[in-house]
Write a protein that binds this ligand. Sequence first.
Ligand code: ADP
Ligand code: ASP
Ligand code: MG
Length: 408
Amino acid sequence: MPCLVMKFGGTSVADLARIRNVAQTVKRAHDDGADIAVIVSAMSGVTNQLIDYVSDIAPLADLREYDTIVSSGEQVTSGLLAIALQNLGVPARSWLGWQIPVVTDDAHGSARIQRIDVDEIRRRFEEERQVAVLAGFQGLEKGRQRITTLGRGGSDTSAVALASALEAERCDIYTDVEGVYTSDPRIVPRARKLDRITYEEMLEMASQGAKVLQTRSVEMAMKHRVRVQVLSSFEDKPGTLVVDEDEIVEQALVSGVTYSRDEAKITLQSVPDRPGVAAAIFGPLADAAVNVDMIVQNISAENGHTDMTFTVGNADLQRTISVLEKNREQLAYRELKADPNVVKVSVIGVGMRSHAGVAQRMFQALAEKGINIQVISTSEIKVSVLIAAEYAELALRSLHTAYGLDSA
Ligand code: ADP
Ligand code: ASP
Ligand code: MG
């Protein structure tokens, strides 16, 4: 029997009517003869509400309790969908992470899946053709027998991990847009849906801010060669397939333009310019688990000194400032400046490997709109720039046009 994993995001299960609609979609696939495992998210807005409760009761709460609370949204939708399926005459059973179990490490709040025990799910496929409805986003940390969660958007990773464990034919990610677009369709009205995208480009797009798939889900799909399709839960149309590079017939120079608002810029002014200065700054930050992304070092106005500018995630900004202030004497900087009003805009495409001038086109397009570039970073298939947050939309749309991505 072919096996299919179907994942439904928050907007797709936002109310009972939509859950009934999801049940119909699952029933059709089941009627076609496949073994079906479903992953559900919490109803749209629920996880945000739960996180707000936690931060209201204690801003830096015990992460084990955080996970107990924020994992609860998915419990509700898994039970509701199982009932909706039973109402349609489809045998179905809900499962929480600990019941399967979906075993994770102990990194509460952003745990990684280590293994999924699918024996019982398989047995029920064979004996009863029962649909398994799993609560996404959650797992079990075996040592302490505590519930864990996988980080925001983690149900995508639950789905890909389950598809890999079940050796499913495909993992269908149902969401509120028709697939993966050349840019966020809510910001760039002329964005086009892609029929196919490579794992590598999808990985860059996800990690540079396109939240349509969680980054870890793409990493896992790429590693275990899981076929992933992103499609709409509201319209019956093929979506976007994430595939190997050799399955793409015509490769565009740039496949996508993304943005991330989750950035903050730090500048340390007038740091002594001598060997070891970067290690002295970034060592303590690494020890404090702060992830540093873009870095530039400038000549300072003062002789023998340098200015160091770098970016961190918004959530790490306060921690970064306190680490740097604690080490102020040793680092000997004159001033620390922090700016959270920045966005990172990136253009991504495997075509960059074989073509020159991609970055130049980006700089030109931004210059024509009078947008100042604060920091630049590149990788083999990506160019990113940091700009003032107020220009995010203008930059995205201009770059989308400059790379010939606009729909007709
Ligand atoms: P779900 O709740 O189904 O997991 P998400 O909100 O996590 O859905 O992800 C879907 C959203 O991702 C879309 O509504 C869209 O605004 C946003 N998005 C950002 N970049 C892209 C892109 N390149 N293609 C498609 N959607 C994108
Ligand atoms: N409900 C979780 C979140 O909002 C997980 C998910 O939807 O993927 O982040
Ligand atoms: Mg999501």
